[in-house]
Design a protein around this ligand. Structure first.
Ligand code: C2E
Ligand code: MG
Ligand code: MG
Length: 745
């Protein structure tokens, strides 16, 4: 990670993993991030001169291709800092695994990708190299040499090292074994849950496992000990115990002790082996007993910690995060939103007249209601959203990645409906419960945690005041909001002059090839104090104040200039989509502004796509159709944005001069969830095709969306599944990488 001109290669079959890794590494120390979706692509990249300093390579199947690739990367030991193996959830437990020694692989990563873990493993690559280099890079002969002369101690042990806070960590083990002239090279633990499969966790000294076909888990000794046997063999172990590893390494002396959990059950085995008959028998046994005991203690402490940590942060009745954990999540949400310029909302949900119910029907009924409500709330939001029991009958929610306020209002509406449907108590009685919901938005209402909760609370009381069973958004007191607004307005006025506006680009891809065909320009405001501000927040203000006119023109010009540069540099006819606000369309000089942007930048009009939101009010822009027709005569394309959210009649749309219809993300999001929305999506695609319009779907987040849209003949897509909006420089990296991949075949 230290070199200035470093590059990293990501090879993963899973698009999610590639994207997550890209997100983690983007903006980090690597100058270039190369990604490949399979080994052929990766090899093609190397054929064409790519020289990654670090590589992350997914292991699938037998792992042969991954191993070959790793070996190939190893051919340049001068540049290579290391190779991480990536194991996706489904592949774990195959012939390679967590911490297993595989030639050419320095360390392992798991998917789903944990950003902390990626940074940790990468940072370890450099430092671990010097210590372990000889054993890592070479085959079994050299590794054998490295351990010859020592007594070899194989420790297969059930230590939970994953959390890093266990008492019996790898350092302690090594130190202890070294003291007794043993070498530790593997530690095994039970994988939790029902599968109860041993899993290698830590590799201290990297002795290669040998040919790929061997099942790693073929350890008779391990299973014997798990079944309750204690093995103490001073000599002749590999001949008497039919164990693949024992015979491979000609282990003659063996000690096997069960590792007990807090119930006294064997959950793992500690196996120590030696290639020599054990001379210092007592010493070895002592080390092993000691280790086994320490394991049991560590396991107890560990479970206790996890358990009390869970109990400390979760509500015991509903198992939801409690106020403490909620506050923690809220702070993280704020930090992340500030980094990404995202909007999010905090909801305060308070059950109506709960106290009366509790007092009259008893706590047992009250508890049942709270549990039912918590389940209903959980089921109403996405998995990435937070639902917590804040206190008593108060629940708080964090809804992330919001594009527009309406999305949140729709969810609040849904929650209200879901909660009011009758629930059946354990004695068969039915009852109805309602709630009042207050909503606050980040950063609009407040940019700090306390402020957001306070605003949501105030809004909740106003919902109660409206007669309960409803929701309200926070409305600041007139004088306060007025002042805030004036301040923000004056700052926004200077934003362009102070060079605080940025254009982000989000790729649009062809549904079939998934190749990039264009991108949407999305403006961001880099506020000196508030950080990156999302357009969902400041565009409405810009529209009210008229500032959208200069801002919109700035975005248009910046997007045209960037696009021309990329079209030339990468020799692809990229199409650029730019959002037009109603106010811009009303300007008599709009045509002039567009013409100038095209002429000054040299962009071909056919590659400019202007997005007009469907909800645009025809009454307020009587000449809308003429303006759009004129823009099309210039050669530009017109897209109807956010399609489906407005009130337009089909008849009206028939006369709308559009080339493309953009299905709104609220419908896309419900694919696979809401059959009505699926029907709307299908109908929209059909209608668009009948009108000779193309269709693009936005907000495509998961493979299910992609599949449905592709099956229903939607031509183009845009969404987080493919890529988030990127700063210009990162977008350019993406194009560079694509060019390389293409050149590579
Ligand atoms: P839009 O034109 O409908 O843009 C799409 C929005 O969806 C973007 O939000 C984008 O980041 C977000 N998005 C893309 N893929 C996904 C996904 O898979 N999941 C989710 N949840 N969201 C996704 P962004 O950048 O916050 O922009 C919000 C809106 O602000 C835009 O909606 C557009 O109406 C407006 N806007 C942005 N830039 C400009 C501009 O330069 N001029 C004007 N007039 N409006 C702009
Ligand atoms: Mg748009
Ligand atoms: Mg849209």
């Amino acid at each position: 990670m230290s070199e200035a001109s470093s590059s990293i290669l990501i090879v993963s079959i899973s698009r999610d993993d590639r994207r997550d890794l890209f997100d983690v590494l983007d903006g980090g120390p690597y100058e270039t991030i190369l990604t490949a979706r399979d080994y052929d692509q990766a090899n093609a990249l190397l054929d064409h001169g790519a020289e990654p300093t670090v590589a992350i390579v997914e292991f699938t199947g037998e792992g042969d291709q991954a191993k070959k690739l790793a070996q190939r990367l190893r051919e340049r030991p001068e540049q290579l800092e290391g190779v991480l193996g990536l194991i996706s959830g489904r592949a774990r437990g195959d012939c390679y695994g967590w911490g297993v020694s595989v030639d050419g692989i320095d360390d392992w990563l798991r998917s789903p990708i944990d950003p902390m873990e990626v940074s940790y493993r990468l940072s370890k690559l450099g430092s671990a190299d010097s210590e372990h280099a000889p054993a890592v890079a070479t085959g079994s002969a050299a590794a054998g040499a490295a351990v010859e002369g020592h007594q070899i101690l194989r420790l297969l042990n059930a230590v939970n090292c994953l959390d890093g806070d266990d008492a019996l960590n790898s350092d302690a083990l090594t130190a202890m074994a070294k003291h007794h002239h043993f070498e530790v090279f593997e530690i095994l633990r039970e994988r939790g849950g029902r599968e109860a499969e041993p899993q290698l966790l830590v590799q201290l000294d990297k002795l290669p496992l040998g040919s790929s076909g061997d099942s790693l888990w073929n350890h008779q000794a391990y299973y014997d000990v798990l079944a309750g046997k204690t093995l103490v063999l001073a000599d002749g172990a590999w001949e008497s115990v039919r164990d693949v590893w024992l015979s491979r390494y000609r282990i003659r002396a063996l000690i096997g002790l069960p590792l007990l959990n807090d119930d006294g059950k064997a959950v793992g085995a500690l196996l120590a082996g030696s290639r020599q008959p054990l001379a210092d028998w007592d010493g070895a046994l002592e080390v092993c007993r000691n280790l086994a005991e320490r394991y049991s203690l560590a396991s107890l402490v560990h479970h206790y910690r996890i358990d009390s940590r869970f109990r400390g942060l979760h509500d015991s009745l509903t198992k939801l995060p409690n106020r403490l954990l909620f506050n923690d999540r809220l702070h993280s949400a704020i930090a992340e939103a500030q980094r990404n310029g995202e909007l999010f909302a905090v909801l305060f949900v308070d059950l109506d007249r709960f106290k009366t119910i509790n007092d009259s029907l008893g706590h047992a009924v009250g508890d049942q209601i709270l549990v039912a409500v918590s389940k209903r709330l959980r089921a109403s939001v996405r998995a990435s959203d937070t639902v917590s029991r804040y206190a008593g009958d108060e629940f708080t929610l964090i809804l992330r990645h919001i594009v527009q306020r309406d999305d949140v209002l729709r969810i609040a509406e849904k929650i209200t409906r879901v909660l009011e449907s009758p629930l059946t108590l354990s004695d068969g009685a039915e009852m109805q419960i309602t709630a009042s919901i207050g909503i606050a938005f980040f950063p609009e209402d407040s940019s700090d945690a306390d402020g957001l909760i306070k605003c949501a609370d105030v809004a909740m009381y106003s919902a109660k005041g409206m007669g309960r069973n409803t929701f309200r958004t926070f409305v600041a007191l007139p004088e306060e909001s007025h002042q805030q607004r004036l301040m923000l307005e004056s700052k926004l006025r200077q934003a362009e002059r102070n060079n605080e506006l940025r254009v982000y680009y989000q790729p649009q891809v062809d549904s079939h090839s998934e190749d990039i065909i264009g991108m949407e320009a999305l403006v961001r405001w880099e506020h000196p104090e508030l950080g990156l501000i999302s357009p969902g927040f400041f565009i409405p203000l810009a529209e009210e104040t008229g500032l959208i006119i200069p801002i919109g023109e700035w975005v248009l010009r910046a997007a045209c200039f960037d696009t021309v540069r990329w079209q030339k540099d990468f020799d692809i006819p990229l199409r650029i989509s730019v959002n037009l606000s109603a106010l811009q369309i009303k300007q008599p000089n709009l045509l002039e502004v567009v013409k100038n942007a095209l002429a000054d930048s040299g962009l071909a009009p056919e590659t400019l796509d202007l997005e007009v939101t469907e909800s645009i009010n025809i009454k307020s822009i009587p000449n809308l159709i003429e303006v759009l027709s004129e823009l099309r005569e210039l050669g530009c394309n017109i897209s109807i944005d956010d399609f489906g959210t407005g009130q337009s009649s089909l008849d009206y749309l028939k006369h709308f001069p559009a080339d493309r219809i953009k299905i709104d993300q609220t419908f896309v999001r419900n694919i696979g969830i809401d059959p009505t929305d699926e029907a709307i999506v299908r109908a929209t695609i059909d209608m668009a095709h009948n009108m000779h319009c193309q269709v693009i779907a936005e907000g495509v987040e998961i493979e299910d969306h992609l599949r449905f849209l592709r099956d229903n003949h939607c031509e183009e897509m845009q969404g987080f599944l493919f890529c988030r909006p990127l700063p210009a420089a990162t977008f350019e990296n993406l194009l560079t990488e694509r060019a390389r991949l293409l050149a590579g075949g």
